[in-house]
Design a protein around this ligand. Structure first.
Ligand SMILES: CC(C)[C@H](C(=O)O)[C@@H](O)C(=O)O
Ligand code: SF4
Length: 471
């Protein structure tokens, strides 16, 4: 009898090219996504060694981090550093025969939104990208790893990656989400529970009623932040929701190939009796909307709560670090979360820049006005998301409410382009990292869901979305 295996074990085994006695494995890589930040030295390395890209057709390049999000970007990038990186990717893609979406291509967007949209991301595949949030693609039941630049070069040259087997971790989310509570709150709650190192050495598989009930957009939000929980990757077994999303995408299998693919994809489930190294359980029905208060994604609190007091932490190193976080954030213990005023609102990123996120935000914004003291921007995650949103009239709702409607890119998720916080500015952000300086020097980031962000823009402070609109 064969041993019961997890979904991770199955995908890993199906891609194993070689395994050494010390456990070092060589994995075949089905898909490689490339962006401008982590690829220039990799291509340079190939040139120096006179090597080609082994499988250009399994590689897709797109610019996202450095592109400005203002409409006048079609006239070029003013910032020199950004322009150099973007131009380098265009040249490298042309020189090595790789399909490339530039900033004027409607398919351009954040790499982790583009892959799924194009049907480039498929269940059972191994997918890599020189980017930590590659875990997003695990929502499709693909084994998706973020890799470093030297590994990018290795994959470009050989279409393989050196890996060790990870441990298996199951995150079981039972129950049904209450109204106003979203996929973002699920993953923030998980990270709050296990901490940012909780998943170290593991691949996290998310299962349970609440995960099955999520749309692909929601599943991507959850898998996206696996990396913030320290995991090597996140995974969700594919099902009818997955297939419906993929069907008829440009690069999805068609006709007979589709039927064959479905048969294989249906085998991508963890076997009955397979063992996990660790299991974490969560009840979705008990989850509130969550806001982060510190400078780590594990610093989570219910919107109904107050800023915690680090003095209550017994462990010294942690106490000192959380004290510092509060100082950085300019917050006082005991302050009600709903009393915290925001200066900026950012709705976008590979965590929450998809169509469903914009719909959720638009529902809150409709007929309302952004508070005078707040500067709020909506950045669709891709050109296709933007077009879809415009076809649904969401842009009109946002603009009428006083939100800034932008071009697609990573934008203010990280301060690598013109969108950034000024020192001291406080932002409600739908992105995934609230590290010091992440959204701009001395900027203060609170991670929230899209509807919570939209409501904060209108009220000027955090509000409990479950009670929105008041009166
Ligand atoms: C620039 C890139 C290497 C980085 C990552 O790996 O995640 C970025 O996307 C981020 O979110 O911090
Ligand atoms: S949107 Fe943010 S998290 Fe995602 S790839 Fe871009 S910078 Fe990284």
């Amino acid at each position: 009898m064969t041993k019961a295996r997890t979904l991770y074990d199955k995908i890993f085994d199906d891609h194993l090219v070689d395994q050494q006695d010390d456990g070092t494995c060589l994995l075949y890589i089905d898909r490689h996504l490339v962006h401008e930040v982590t690829s220039p030295q990799a291509f340079e390395g190939l040139r120096m060694a006179s090597r080609d890209v082994r499988h250009p057709e399994k590689t897709l390049a797109v610019v996202d981090h450095n592109v400005p999000t203002s409409p006048d970007r079609k006239f070029g990038i003013k910032n020199e550093e950004s322009r150099i990186q973007v131009d380098a990717l265009a040249k490298n893609a042309a020189d090595f025969g790789i399909e490339y979406y530039d900033a004027n291509d409607e398919r351009q967007g954040i790499v982790h939104i583009v892959g799924p949209e194009q049907g480039f991301t498929l269940p059972g595949m191994t997918i890599v990208c020189g980017d930590s949030h590659t875990s997003t693609h695990g929502a499709f039941g693909a084994l998706a790893h973020g890799i470093g630049t030297s590994e990018v070069e290795h994959v470009l040259a050989t279409q393989t990656l050196i890996q060790r087997r990870a441990k298996n971790m199951l995150i079981q989310v039972d129950g049904a989400l209450p109204a106003g509570v979203t996929a973002k709150d699920i993953i923030l709650a998980i990270i709050g529970e296990i901490g940012t190192a909780g998943g170290t050495g593991h691949v996290m598989e998310y299962a349970g009623e609440a995960i099955r009930a999520l749309s692909m957009e929601g599943r991507m939000t959850v898998c996206n932040m696996s990396i913030e929980g320290g995991a090597r990757a996140g995974l969700i077994a594919p099902d009818e929701t997955t297939y419906a999303y993929i069907k008829d995408r440009p690069r999805a299998p068609k006709g007979d190939a589709w039927e064959k693919a479905l048969a294989y994809w249906d085998s991508l489930r963890t076997d009955e009796g397979a063992e996990y190294d660790r299991i974490v359980r969560l009840d979705a029905a008990n989850l509130p909307p969550i806001v982060t208060w510190g400078s780590s994604p594990e610093d989570v609190i219910s919107v109904t709560g107050v800023v915690p007091n680090p003095d209550d932490i017994a462990e010294e190193t942690k106490r000192i670090s959380k004290k510092r976080a509060l100082e950085y954030m300019g917050l006082t213990p005991g302050t009600k979360i709903t009393d915290i005023a925001v200066d900026r609102v950012f709705i976008g990123s590979c965590t929450n820049g998809r169509i469903e996120d914009l719909r959720e935000a638009a529902k809150v914004a409709e007929g309302q006005k952004v508070k005078d003291s707040v500067n709020a921007m909506i950045v669709p995650g891709s050109g296709l998301v933007k077009a879809q949103a415009e076809a649904e009239g969401l842009d009109k709702i946002f603009k009428a409410a006083g939100f800034d409607w932008r071009e697609p890119g990573c934008s203010m998720c990280l301060a690598m382009n013109d969108d950034r916080l000024k020192p001291g500015e406080r932002c409600a952000s739908t992105s995934n990292r609230n590290f010091e300086g992440r959204q701009g020097f001395k900027g203060r980031t609170h991670l929230v869901s899209p509807s919570m962000a939209a409501a904060a823009a209108i009220a000027g402070h955090f509000v409990d979305i479950r009670e929105w609109p008041k009166g």
